[in-house]
Design a protein around this ligand. Sequence first.
Ligand code: FMN
Length: 343
Amino acid sequence: MYKLVKPLFFSLDPETAHYTVTGGLKRFLKIWGSQKLMKASFSYENPALERTVFGIKFKNPVGLAAGFDKNAEFTQEMASLGFGFIEIGTVTPRPQPGNDKPRMFRLVKDSALINRMGFNNQGVDVAALRLKYFTERNGLIIGGNIGKNKTTLNEDAVHDYVICFDKLFEHVDYFVVNVSSPNTPGLRDLQEKEPLKRILNTLQQRNETHETPKPILLKIAPDLTDSQLDDIVEIVIDTNIAGVIATNTTIQREGLQSQTSLINEAGGVSGKPLAVRSTEVVRYLAEKSNHRFPIIGVGGIHSPADALAKLQAGASLVQIYTGLIYEGPQLVKHICKRLVQKK
Ligand SMILES: Cc1cc2nc3c(=O)[nH]c(=O)nc-3n(C[C@H](O)[C@H](O)[C@H](O)COP(=O)(O)O)c2cc1C
């Protein structure tokens, strides 16, 4: 089915296609009986898929990666595609438009995307309000991915993370501190030891003032060196956060087959070219830390075998974004089925 409609979507510019599909899905799900139909088509439930990770029970280990549902606008619709969890965001304290369009490009020959969205989002208040009214969650786990506004200086970044944390606290199950997007100038400098410790320690202190603290994870770039990854392991353990999401998009362009004009677009590469490196990062972190904290593996999962590779490398859960665009929504069910067969 997806093979039939994919050429139509791919004839649109990627951002237009995104809103055409998500908007269409929203309208479709208002039709009587459509939810049942979606469930029958895309959901795959089996007790063997259930996982308890950082104290949270997931009905299956396949999640939607951050960036797809930045404003918690399509959370229910995306859940209908069978995901075990959905990560909304990245949200920032104030709304911001992001970079000028076009800012998302398809590298079809590479089954990849380049994006330089730049945290376009409607602000944390809008996301929090939408989540507040999304009450029929049926076991769906929702993560809140938080960032800083473009105009906030790095030395003040901690305040932005705290604002987003406080405003989303009642509405999400776990948090992700995003310091790894290549599209907010200087953001990735926050992956350095001192600024990162400051942000994570501040959030943890805040977290502990709540009766039931929420898991906080750190999302990292695939472009970190081994010694920077060693620092990450140390920081995760020292700050006692719940885990790591590996990885965000890459600034590497090596081995890409698409035309040079596309490859030279600024931004982060996602999809197939990222698969090997992100799995390498998962494995490195898992081994170096002696599996002391859970890892969510993300990057270039386009098939059940890709998901298995991340899990075998040490991930407890996986997420997808670009694979959904190239392979279609059946990918979630295919992965789940394969995981059950594997048991
Ligand atoms: C268009 C686009 C927007 C994204 N926006 C975000 C974001 O706002 N926050 C974030 O943490 N990651 C963002 N990502 C990164 C994804 O969550 C994911 O880490 C990355 O794309 C690798 O996974 P994939 O190969 O399955 O796409 C974005 C990715 C894409 C393609």
